[in-house]
Design a protein around this ligand. Sequence first.
Ligand code: ADP
Ligand code: MG
Length: 330
Amino acid sequence: MLARAPGRVNLIGDHTDYTGGLVLPMAVDLATTVEGTAGGDQVRLTSENLEGPAVVPLDVAEPSAYQPAWARYVAGVVAVVRPARGFTGQVATTLPVGAGLSSSAALEVAVALALGFQGSALELALACQRAEQLASGVPCGVMDQLASAAGVAGHALLIDCTALTVTPVPIPEDVEVVVVPSGEVRQLAGSAYADRRAQCETAIAVIGPLTEATLEDVARVRDPVARARARHVVSENQRVRRMATALAEGDLETCGSLMAASHESLRTDFEVSTPRLDALVTELMATPGVYGARLTGAGFGGCVVALTMPGALGGGWPVRAVGGAQVEAS
Ligand code: ADP
Ligand code: MG
């Protein structure tokens, strides 16, 4: 059995998924594979990338308690998928681990498929979102897992995280998506993430769902921190919608401006950027041939994503949009 699941990069729409908003990621041509044989009464995986093994009984109760730490993701998947048979195999990936391209979601989705998960791409994503929450204790949204499960070659994915619909948006041929690592390892992402989520809830208690709120509604939130968080989310949802339209129309200048505005909002209103990410975005925005750049993912380090003319950047990782996770051999 060989299962493959891609990572993702989010073009725009960060910290909008867990309040049911809009995101625009794409599955990338960097992926995690799980290869092995079904059987036995435990799941036993080694990884080319991290020390192991991960050994998880089929009746796992507490996924977050496993060692080494990456075994928690495996345990989370076992706890949600509840396979009838065990599995022995290896994990390998071409994704950078812990850099913001969702190696964790790719691992969960590949493990779920290797364990024989049956269901739609959405069902697979929801199962793996639950697995990640059980494993990490972080109340993450569904974007990463859904982008990995439902990728479409040559397309970004406009995801409505309330309706859980995925609308493929064609990416023009004459543009390159480049991921530029900041070199900064994400820190405090878990607790800061939970704080941001709670601050959004404070705003929601005053003005209702952020997906339906306007910026005038946001102005009614008294608490200044909650107000700023909500302003990011409401304005970001608008930017995602406009970006999907601009991308489909090939209006790359507009795409670039929206990306720059998104970064600014994440920096000032949502406060998840870092000086290093800001410097990188500023440098990229000043580089000829770059339409736009922004931090991508949860922030606090990780990567910047840039939309460029082909070949405009010497460094970084140019990525292509690929199809979603699948079982490649069994
Ligand atoms: P990201 O998803 O952005 O790469 P996370 O911190 O969410 O970063 O997930 C990284 C974690 O996922 C790793 O620390 C490890 O526990 C697990 N992981 C991801 N890929 C692998 C892999 N190929 N082998 C073992 N563990 C992995
Ligand atoms: Mg992750």
